[in-house]
Structures are given as structure tokens and as C-alpha cells.
Design a binder for this molecule. Structure first.
Ligand code: FCB
Length: 438
């Protein structure tokens, strides 16, 4: 494993998202988002916590940019809280909110770090939810207006703008299982929402393209391979369906202009209502594709289902550690689609170890090795963003799950670099110097 080499101009980064770190949920004119509402509903968040303070990044962003700088990364991926810059999701812009992102972007640029902006990391303005949220087709146009304004203001200073982060989660966890905000449990709604998210992506791409700015434009999808547990026909069928419903469901409309037949048939009466021309709007050239990879899907049709072998163990989330899934996924995507450059926009692990997180180093290194395999196989991967810079608010798990390479003491807001942060810094330096990193 000592001779893993990524290309010399490979981009190294760390990632976060607004709701998970910023806090300051009511400051400087910010509107509430569906995650504020969700957190206030008893039983939704496992430790009963919320995002009101989180990592207090809104006030401590300078210190955090210094930490980013000390790691020697090239780039920082973060998201903008829509309700901070447009409290109601329509109408007037909140200059104080934009001011925060202005200062953050400036601070990054001063240190020579590329800002990579995500527009929607799950925190819809509550005012739009009150009008139906992503079930309401009009929200797509609201999102396009927001995207246009963001590109107009920041398109010359950020390196990239992604429309959505993981629309699979917004649709299925937000509207199908109810695990995430807004907490709906309605399978048909989840499918319709997934279509509206894709449509909003397409409308936003058009609106941003019209701004003619240098920022690269794309989307971030969470993806996995779907492996049959056994050679049985039933397991193979289940795996094919899982891949169609999760990966191809988002990839096909974007890159082929149609939904996958297998998944459409499966959805049956729950198939989305698609307006005339929607698929042309969705099917637009991207400058990059962001891929978030954490685990594979292990598909067993037996009852009870067979469990994944977990030869390399599980993370603190209970997720199987399966690095080879990353190369398999990328090679499969490369074989099936004509792709723009890919960035791994998230990858990392939850671990309770406060300081000497050897297991996180092993996790990241194994996934980078898998990435090198995919690149050797012809996949055009340009960069890697480790999730996450800081321990943070891990959605329905609250603060109980820690993904950071930097430890956060939530009582004092003290940041302490874990071993993985120091390792990542040294790894990047070694890769840049063309040395094989340990
Ligand atoms: C992804 C999310 C990110 C974080 C990681 C662990 O699904 O995009 O915000 O929660 O999982």
C-alpha cells in the first residue's frame, strides 16, 4: 500500500456543509430551514440536539480557514444556507447573509484555497416547505432564481458550484422513510420529489450558464455499487433494481435524458409526473460530477436478509468498510456513461476515537488506493474531498457521530487536530513531492 500515487495535479480538499457546522441559525436576518423545524420535533434527532450552535463556524470561520490552510489542502467544499441569503426562499436577498459567504470566500482565496460551493445541502427555507417544499413544482423555479443569484455574485471567485448534494437523500430519507427533514413517510412523494430535484438542477444549470462565469458547474450524487449477496437469481434481480433505483435513477436523466426502465416499472403508480420538456432541461452538459462514496449496497432477497461480510469492519455509523466498491463504482459509471471530470466530493468515516484515529487513516488510505485503481482503469478523477474537516452535526444522529479529522469539543468549541489530520497533511505533501506516502 506504500506506493499509491495519484496524478501530480490531483486536487486535495476537505468538505463540510452549512447546517452541520455554522450555527447562528437566527442571526443577521437568517430565515429558518426545514432542519431547524425538524430538530425542534421531539424524537427526530437521536441525542435531542439541534444546529443552533453546531461548530459555531459562522463566528469562527477565520480559525477554521487557518486550520484548512495548515493542512495544506488545495480546496474547501462547503455549502450555502439558502435561508441565510434569502430567508423566505423567494423575494428579497439578505445582504448580511451573503456577507458571511463573501468573507469566507475571501478568507479562503487569501490563503490560496479554492472555494467549492454547494447550493443545496438539505436545508430548504421553511417558508418554501410551508408551500409544499420539493413536492411543489414551483420550488424548482425558486431554486433556479437562488442559483442564478449565487452564480452572479460568486461565479468568478469560486472554483465550482454544485446544485444539489445527494438528492437521493433529500428524496428518500426526507420524504420516503422520514429519517431526515422534512420527515415525510410517503414513497410516492419521494419519487415525485426526486424528479423535482432533478428538474430544479436542470433549471439552475441553465440559469447559471446564462451568467457566463468561469466557475465549473455540476451536481453531487451519493452512489454505491449494488452487489448480490449470493448467486441466486433473486439476489441478482434485487441488486439490479437497487442500482436502477439509486444510481441510474439520477445518472440516466442527467446523462441520457431518460429514467431507467427497470426503476420506472418498479415504481408503477408511484412513477413521477413528468412535464413536457422536463427531461431536456435535466439532460444538460456538466463541467464536473461530484461522487460521494461511503459504502456499497449488499442485496439479499432472503428473509432475514444476509448481512454484508464486513471483512474490514464497520464504521461507527454501522456502515460496512468496503473500499473496493469505490473503484468498482467508478469503473462501472465510466463504462456506462460519457462523463465529465469526476471529483470525489465526500468520503470518510465516523469514529468515536477522539485523537489517535488510526482507523480513519486506514479508511482514507484504502479508499485513495481504490481511487488510484479507478484512475489507472481510465476514469478521469480530478480530486478528493475528505468528509469532514470538523466533527459536526450528523443529521438525525446529532453530535453523537464524529466524522471530523479535527476534533471539536462542543462545550468549549476547541478544535484539536486528530492523527488523521496530521496524516492527511503529510500525505498531501508527499503526493505533491512525487514521493510515495506512508
Ligand atoms: C453524507 C452527507 C454529509 C454527511 C455524510 C456522513 O450523506 O452528504 O452531510 O452527513 O453523509
Amino acid at each position: 500500500m506504500n506506493d499509491i500515487r495519484l496524478p501530480p495535479d490531483f486536487l486535495w480538499g476537505v468538505a463540510t456543509s452549512a447546517f452541520q457546522i455554522e450555527g447562528a441559525q437566527r442571526e443577521d436576518g437568517k430565515g429558518l430551514s426545514i432542519w431547524d423545524t425538524f430538530c425542534s420535533q421531539p424524537g427526530r434527532i437521536k441525542d435531542g440536539s439541534d444546529g443552533s450552535v453546531a461548530c459555531d463556524h459562522y463566528h469562527r470561520y477565520r480559525e477554521d480557514v487557518d486550520i484548512i490552510d495548515s493542512l495544506g489542502v488545495d480546496a474547501y467544499r462547503f455549502s450555502m444556507a439558502w435561508a441565510r441569503v434569502q430567508p423566505d426562499g423567494r423575494g428579497a436577498w439578505n445582504e448580511a447573509g451573503f456577507g458571511f459567504y463573501d468573507r469566507l470566500i475571501d478568507a479562503l482565496l487569501e490563503k490560496g484555497k479554492q472555494p467549492h460551493l454547494t447550493l443545496y445541502h438539505w436545508d430548504l427555507p421553511q417558508a418554501l416547505q410551508d408551500e409544499g417544499g420539493w413536492l411543489n413544482r414551483d420550488t424548482c423555479q425558486r431554486f433556479a432564481d437562488y442559483a442564478q443569484e449565487a452564480a452572479h455574485r460568486f461565479g468568478t471567485r469560486v472554483a465550482s458550484i454544485a446544485t444539489h448534494n445527494e438528492p437521493w437523500c433529500t428524496a428518500n430519507l426526507g420524504h420516503g422513510t422520514g429519517q431526515f427533514a422534512p420527515g415525510l413517510r410517503d414513497p410516492a412523494a419521494a419519487v415525485q420529489v426526486s424528479h423535482h430535484l432533478l428538474l430544479s438542477h436542470g433549471l439552475a444549470m441553465r440559469a447559471m450558464r446564462a451568467q457566463n462565469q468561469p466557475a465549473a458547474l455540476g451536481i453531487v450524487l451519493n452512489q454505491w455499487t449494488a452487489d448480490p449477496a449470493t448467486d441466486s437469481a433473486a439476489d441478482h434481480a434485487l441488486a439490479a433494481l437497487e442500482y436502477a433505483r439509486s444510481v441510474q435513477w439520477f445518472m440516466d436523466p442527467i446523462f441520457k435524458g431518460r429514467y431507467p426502465e427497470l426503476a420506472l416499472r418498479h415504481h408503477g403508480a408511484h412513477a413521477p409526473r413528468i412535464g413536457a420538456g422536463d427531461l431536456e432541461v435535466i439532460h444538460q452538459p456538466l463541467d464536473f460530477l461530484g461522487v460521494n462514496y461511503y459504502f456499497r449496497a449488499y442485496c439479499s432477497a432472503e428473509q432475514p436478509p444476509r448481512q454484508a461480510p464486513c471483512a474490514l469492519g464497520r464504521t461507527d455509523m454501522g456502515w460496512e468498510i468496503y473500499p473496493q466498491g469505490l473503484s468498482e463504482l467508478l469503473l462501472a459509471l465510466h463504462a456506462e456513461y460519457t462523463l465529465p471530470p469526476i471529483y470525489i466530493t465526500e468520503n470518510g468515516m465516523a469514529s468515536a476515537t477522539p485523537r489517535h484515529d488510526r482507523e480513519r487513516i486506514d479508511y482514507v488510505r484504502a479508499h485513495l488506493a481504490a481511487l488510484a485503481t479507478a484512475i489507472a482503469g481510465g476514469v478521469d478523477v480530478r480530486g478528493y474531498f475528505l468528509w469532514s474537516l470538523l466533527d459536526n452535526f450528523e443529521w438525525d444522529s446529532g453530535y453523537a457521530k464524529r466524522f471530523g479529522i479535527v476534533h471539536v469539543d462542543y462545550a468549549t468549541q476547541q478544535r484539536t487536530l486528530k492523527d488523521s489530520a496530521l496524516w492527511y497533511r503529510d500525505w498531501i505533501a508527499a503526493q505533491r513531492a512525487g514521493r510515495a506516502a506512508a
